[in-house]
Structure formats: C-alpha cells, structure tokens
Design a protein around this ligand. Structure first.
Ligand code: T4K
Length: 396
C-alpha cells in the first residue's frame, strides 16, 4: 500500500501540480509580436494589438462588440456603471469573491441567492423571491463554463424591468443552445486571468450586442474621454495593455488545440473517477461547447469515509494542489458575513456544494501520465480510507 506523504511518505510529485496553469501558445510568435510592439513604442491606450484582439474575439464569439479590459473584475464594474445600476443586485453566493466585490465596489448591495444543486448556477426560482423595488439587476455566473438558465433569467429581467448581466469568467469558448456565451443578457464580462482557459496574463472583456452600452463602456474604460479634450462623466482606467493583447492574440491562435488537450485530460479523469466509490466528476453537456478547464469532483463523505477537506489535506501533502473553489460561499466571507441581513441567510445548496466540491489540477500543463498518478492515489486513499481517517484523527 502506498505510503502517503501526510504520514511521512515521499510526496508523489516533486513539483506542485496546480489547477489551471497558464497556456503560452507559440512562444516565438508571441515574442515577435512583443518585438514589434517595442519598436512601435505603442504600449497602451487601445493600440493596434488590443484592437486586433477585440475584433478577433468578437468574431470568434459571434458578438457585435468586444471591449478589452485590464481584468474581469473591471469588466463587471464597467457594465454595472454603464447600466446606471442603483440599489440591489442579485448574485449567486457560490462564486469567486470578485463577483460580489465588483457589485459592492460600485456602491451597490449584493443580494446573495442560492444555486441549483445540479448546475451550480443561480437558481431562477430563488432569484425571483429576492426581487423587490430596490432590485436593478440580476448578475448570473456561468460557473465552470456551464451556462445559467438564461431563458428563465431573461424572462425575470423582462417581467420586473431590470437588467441581466453575466459573469462569464469561466465560460470562454463555451456555448448555450449552440450560441457562444458572450451575447446574452445586457452584457457579459469575461476574465482573461492567467488561470483561465484563454488568457492575456491579466485581462478581461465586456461583450454585448447593444451598441449603446458598448460605446459607453469604451468611454468609461478610458477615464470618460469622448474626444481628446472632452470628458463626459466619471470614467476609470480599465484599459488592457498591448503586451497583454499580444499574449491574447497568440493564445487565440492555439486555443482550439488547448481545448482538445483540456478535453483529453478531462476524459482521462472521467475514466479514472468512474470506478471510485464516493467520488463523482461534474459532467458537461456534450451537445454544447465547454472549455473543460475545471475538473470538479464531488466528495460524498458518507460513502468514502473521508471528507472533502481530508482529501485536500492528503493531496496537498503529495504536491497535488487541489482547490476548494468556492468555499465557503461569498455570503460567508467578509464584509458580507458581518452584515445582519446576510449572516442569517440559509443557502442550503451553497453550503452543501462548498463543503463537498474540490477542483483537481487540469488544463494545459497536465499530462495523461500525471492524471493517472492522481487517479491512482485517489484509488489508494479510498482503499485505505478507514485507516487514514483514524490516523488523521490521531494527528489532529
Ligand atoms: N468572476 C469569477 C467567477 C472568477 O472566477 C473570477 C476570477 C473573476 C470574476 C474575476 O476575474 P479577474 O479580475 O481575476 O480577471 C484565481 C484567479 O486569481 C482568479 O482570476 C480566478 N477567478 C479564480 C477562480 O482563481 P486564486 O486565488 O485561486 O489564484 P492562485 O494564485 O492561487 O492561482 C491558482 C493556481 O494557478 C496556483 O496554484 C498556481 C497557478 N498559477 C497561477 C498564476 C496566477 C500559475 O501557474 N501561474 C500564474 O501566473 O484565484
């Protein structure tokens, strides 16, 4: 039986295996772009590389407008500012904290909604119960690249005359009813952070089919400038630098091979996890596009005898840096948990999921051999779960 590193064995991996290490694309193509950029001395302020990236992304995503930003959080904030939101915005609690913080940073109040247990996305029924006279928008998150129930959310937005925004940070390259995620709701916000399926080092974008919103966001992104000397409101610096666009253009050229690789890694995990008692892999609708960036595992403690947190502890000792995304749910983090309305919330599905899910290392830098080693150690952990549990209890 394998001697686990947590009990003084040798870690399975000498170097850390991380979730979602960045892709690089063709290194020499990227460096050529950077050389040209250096020669041109045009480094930012909507230069040629940013404009080229915006137009290529809009084409790939099948959306009228793509406005590149310095990160995904800024993309969300620009949308909320452009839509003149006030009061309350309904958000899922089971998401990365940036979703809620972007709302708060705009001086708005995030109202936390529970998620659907199967899709992990905002639950439209629970969402409708939260709508009141102060609500000005619903902000859905396409978690793990799986589309929200867009039709139901859109009909709520229409019924109550409020805005519908999507945080599409996880959903680049994903589709809904065979249309690329990008043109739904009033606008969508992407993150192109290095840990994303498609990245620009740091970066993001707003996508929309609404030309008025697009024009407004372009101005807001650049301090509110309409023209050289004319500012028409409080803008911000939300621009993407040229070097980031160079990375984006290079990554876009190899994006389809990144997707193929992600799917290969995901499928290998799928085979391995299928035989493991108490663990189940989140699946994606095979009739839709997904970027397969997230290998999400549900740990059923009652079946396996070990909790999700036990797995994380054991795997980390082996240098397998699995993550507890998105524990403990935004409403359980500061400053929201200190708020009297928020800390009484009983979001059962958020609680359930945030105590059971773990995300395994996947994506471009993983090899099939590494996935097999991770699968074998999971098998070994499950095979000796009783013994491990008692040893862990003795340790703590
Ligand atoms: N909405 C949602 C739903 C989001 O998930 C995010 C971001 C946003 C909005 C906001 O978008 P941005 O403003 O960030 O564009 C990471 C990312 O920092 C964050 O962008 C992302 N979501 C979130 C899900 O994950 P951490 O705290 O997990 O990052 P970190 O540094 O622990 O990185 C994860 C692993 O990746 C590490 O084990 C090492 C590896 N890594 C990381 C970086 C940055 C690399 O190998 N190379 C790298 O350059 O938050």
């Amino acid at each position: 039986m394998y001697k686990l590193a947590i009990f003084d064995g040798k870690p399975l991996f000498a170097d850390e295996l991380c979730v979602n290490r960045p892709t690089i694309g063709n290194r020499s193509t990227f460096l050529n772009r950077v050389e040209k950029m250096l020669d041109s001395r045009m480094f930012t302020n909507s230069g040629p590389l940013v404009r080229e990236l915006e137009s290529k992304l809009a084409e790939y995503l099948g959306v009228k407008h793509c406005i590149a930003t310095c990160n995904g959080t800024m993309a969300l904030q620009l949308i909320m500012k452009a839509l003149n939101l006030t009061g309350e915005v309904i958000v899922p609690s089971f998401t990365f904290i940036a979703t809620a913080h972007a709302v708060s940073w705009q001086g708005l109040k995030p109202i936390f909604c529970d998620v659907d247990i199967d899709t992990n996305n905002i639950d439209p029924v629970a969402c409708e119960r939260l709508i009141n006279k102060n609500t000005t928008a619903i902000l859905g998150v396409h978690l793990w690249g799986r589309a929200c129930d867009i039709e139901k959310l859109q009909s709520l937005a229409d019924k109550y005359n409020i805005k519908l925004i999507f945080d599409s940070a996880h959903a680049f390259g994903c589709s809904h009813k065979n249309k690329m995620i990008a043109g739904f709701g009033d606008a969508e916000a992407f993150s192109f952070h290095s840990t994303k399926a498609f990245h620009t080092f740091e970066g993001g974008a707003v996508t929309t089919n609404n030309s008025e919103i697009a024009q407004k966001i372009k101005r807001l992104r650049n301090f509110g400038f309409v023209d050289y000397d004319c500012v028409d409101g409080i803008g911000i610096n939300g621009k993407m630098p040229e070097v980031c666009a160079a990375m984006g253009l290079t990554n876009l050229e190899s994006f389809s091979s990144s997707l193929t690789n992600n799917k290969k890694i995901y499928d290998e995990y799928k085979k391995l996890i299928a035989g493991l008692k108490g663990l189940s892999l989140h699946t994606y609708d095979e009739t839709e596009k997904n970027n397969y960036q997230y290998v999400v595992i549900d740990v059923d403690e009652s079946a396996v005898g070990l909790s999700r947190d036990n797995f994380i502890e054991i795997l980390h000792a082996e240098n397998i840096k699995a993550r507890k995304y998105f524990y403990p749910g935004c409403h359980n983090m500061q400053p929201y948990i200190s708020n009297n309305d928020t800390n009484k919330l009983n979001l059962l599905n958020t609680r359930f999921l945030s105590h059971r899910l773990m995300v395994l290392p996947a994506g471009s830098s993983m090899t099939i051999a590494q996935v097999n080693k991770v699968g074998n150690i999971l098998k070994s952990i499950i095979g000796q779960s009783k013994l491990i549990k008692s040893k862990l209890e003795a340790l703590n």
